[in-house]
Every structure is written in C-alpha cells, then in structure tokens.
Write a protein that binds this ligand. Structure first.
Ligand code: KG4
Ligand code: ZN
Length: 362
C-alpha cells in the first residue's frame, strides 16, 4: 500500500511516499522536506502569507521528487493524504487542494489528516508501538499530554494555558539575539555552558505549574523571566558566555517542567489503564531537544515506562508522518470526501473540557 503524504501547515513544505510491509511495519520510501528558513529569517518568525506562497511554488516539484525517489508513478499509489489542519490556513489550503486534485484525477481514496495525529502516530511508523500509549506532544504551536487509544481516538489530559513549548524556546532565543528558528540555536549555544548548576544560580528561572496537580502547562512566566535577565545584562552586545549560561538555565527549566507535568500523567495512566503496557511517547519539533529527551528518558526509567521518540529528522514537520497517518486511516476505511474542510483549529480530542485561558491552544 503506497500513500503520498503532503504537509504544508506551517513553514515546511513536504511530500513523502510511505508504505507498509506484510507485517504492517512502516516503510518510508521518500520524504522530501523544504524548510522555508530563508523566506522567514528576515522577519524573525513565520509570516503566514509568505509561507502560503512558498508552499505553492515548491510543492509540485517536491511531489514529483518524492515519486521519483521512491521509483513510483501516480499509477502505483493507493491513496493520497494531506494535512487539513490545524495550522496556518493559507498553507493548509495549498496542500489540501493539491492532494484533493491528485486524488480526483487518479480516482484514489483521499485522507484529510490532522497534523497533530501525524506527530501522534509517528512512533507507530518507526517503533511499531501498540495502543494505548501516553503521549507528550510538544511543538511550535501545541503542548499537550494525551492518551492515544486508537487511530482518531485521543483523550487530552493537559494543555498549555498560554504559550506552546516551542514558542517559548523561539521567543526566549529571540530575546537572546539568536537567529530564527530559535529552539535548535538555543540548544546549540546551551551546549557551550560548562557549569549548568552555576548557570542556574546566576540566571534563576521560575518553573510555572511545577508541583501542581494535573497535566497543564504554562510558559509565559518563564519567557518573561528570560526577558528580565536579558535586560539586566550590561547594555551593548550580549556576551556569548552570558547567552550560553542563560540558554542552559532556560533549557534546564523546560526539561524540569516537562518532567514534572509528565510525571503526573504517568501516575494517572497507571491508575486509569491498569493492565496496559506502560509506553510513553514524546513527539513534535521540541522532542528533538536533547535535554528534554534525557529528562523524559530518566523519568520513564523511574516509572517503568518504555521511552519512544521519533528519530530527530522525524520530530519536526514532515510529510512521512502525514502519509503514515493516512495509511493507518485508509486501512480502517476512514477516508474523506472532496468537501473535507481546511481547519485552522482542530483538537485531537474534541470532547476535552475547555481550559480557562488556554485560548486557541486548547
Ligand atoms: O512540530 P514542529 O516542526 O512544527 C509545529 O508543528 O509547530 O515544531 C517546531 C518547533 C519550533 O518552535 C522549534 O524551535 C522547535 O520545534 N524545536 C526545538 C528544537 N528543534 C526544534 N526546540 C528546542 N530544541 C530543539 N532542538
Ligand atoms: Zn508540527
């Protein structure tokens, strides 16, 4: 079963062909990702209109390239899967319409995929993981703790009440004068810090929500504290050593927060799913962060969970995860009609209670 996946929800244009072997294990035949770094770098962040135009200019070539690399033609495809949300609506519409057009032209089943489900199911593509599993989804737009009970079946236990984790990394990095996109740059410079405990003392930071019941997150207080530290440094060019220390302290705070919130979720999972295998997944762009991965790996050992995270190149946005989610849906007969809408907001758990203050991030 060969599926063409298309991803255009933010600033990565991507096309991929995924398949599954006779045992159902995932195979990525191609996965081309064009990051619109240069387009957005001058603005210091993603500009929706610029992103939509860039998707339109590159998607066609990427689809051709993905087919070529997989050594397949349209006639060899069994279905088309495109991200239908959540995300920047202009970009989503480019990918969604392209996917529908190819499906219509070649009379193929079409799957309108939730981008978050793409991140959520990636460990089933790479690790052949069974449901249910506990999932921490940390990206530029979302920070949620969910239980994945099945394809299309999620229970959301926690969400951020303000910024997303990736957003906090990106905004903090910008305050430190680091280039866009901030997360990876902040991690790089933090690795130059030689004494993390000293850096944490020098640049003490709050750990919002730590120690509270439940699995919700909050990051805006942390970002504000980073701003205050930057402003307290001598005016003029920030010294590299100062930034390395502040970045290391910030990254350690992020790791401590995610560890604390996830620990609560693990206890709840053990209570609510008594006989289930204890599996934990971290996915989304921020799952690439080595300090966060290390803290969560350690937490898993403490609570007897197996740790799963996509390889780094599948943490960020890519079309292989969309193709895989489409493949899983097609196997269950979950196809979509040509009137499937583009959805700027699309929660994985439509029944999750609204959180006060969570706004669009819920
Ligand atoms: O999942 P993703 O590629 O796009 C969204 O769906 O949002 O996540 C992008 C986010 C950005 O905020 C980026 O800075 C962050 O993931 N990120 C990282 C790292 N690599 C990417 N944050 C911290 N450390 C990293 N190594
Ligand atoms: Zn994403």
């Amino acid at each position: 079963m060969n599926i063409l996946g298309i991803e255009t929800s933010c600033d990565e244009t991507s096309a991929a062909i995924v398949s599954a072997d006779e045992h159902g294990a995932g195979i990525i035949l191609s996965n081309l990702v064009f990051s619109q770094l240069e387009e957005h770098a001058v603005f210091g962040g993603v500009v929706p209109e610029v992103a939509a135009r860039a998707h339109m200019e590159t998607l066609d070539t990427l689809i051709k390239g993905a087919l070529q690399e997989a050594d397949l033609g349209f006639a060899d495809l069994d279905g088309i899967a495109a991200t239908a949300g959540p995300g920047l609506i202009g970009g989503v519409m480019v990918g969604l319409m392209t996917g529908k057009a190819i499906a219509a032209a070649h009379d193929l089943p079409f799957m309108a995929v939730n981008h978050l489900e793409g991140h959520a199911l990636t460990p089933r593509l790479t690790d052949d993981l069974q449901f249910p599993y506990l999932l921490l989804l940390v990206s530029g737009g979302h920070t949620q703790i969910l239980v994945a009970e099945g394809v299309g079946q999620y229970k959301r236990w926690g969400t951020t009440l303000d910024d997303a984790a990736g957003e906090c990394f990106d905004k903090s990095a910008k305050l430190m004068g680091l280039p866009y996109p901030g997360g990876p740059h902040l991690q790089d410079i933090a690795s130059e810090c030689t004494d993390i405990p000293a850096a944490q003392k020098r640049f003490a930071l709050p750990l919002p929500m730590k120690g509270r019941a439940g699995c919700d997150f909050s990051f805006s207080g942390l970002k504000t504290a980073v701003r205050n530290h930057v402003q307290s440094l001598p005016a003029g060019d920030l010294q590299r050593k100062d930034i390395a220390d502040l970045a290391a302290s910030m990254q350690s705070a992020m790791a401590a927060i995610t560890r604390d919130r996830t620990a609560n979720a693990m206890q709840q999972f053990i209570r609510d799913y008594p006989g289930a295998k204890r599996s934990f997944v971290v996915s989304g762009g921020v799952a690439a962060n080595t300090a966060i991965r290390a803290a969560l790996t350690d937490l898993c050992a403490t609570h007897d969970f197996t740790f799963h995270a996509p390889p780094i190149h599948l943490c960020g946005d890519n079309a292989a995860m969309i193709g895989w989610a489409g493949l899983e849906r097609l196997k269950l007969g979950l196809t979509d009609a040509m009137d499937a809408p583009a959805r700027p907001r699309w929660p994985l758990d439509e029944n999750a209670p609204k959180r006060h203050g969570a706004g669009v991030k819920a």
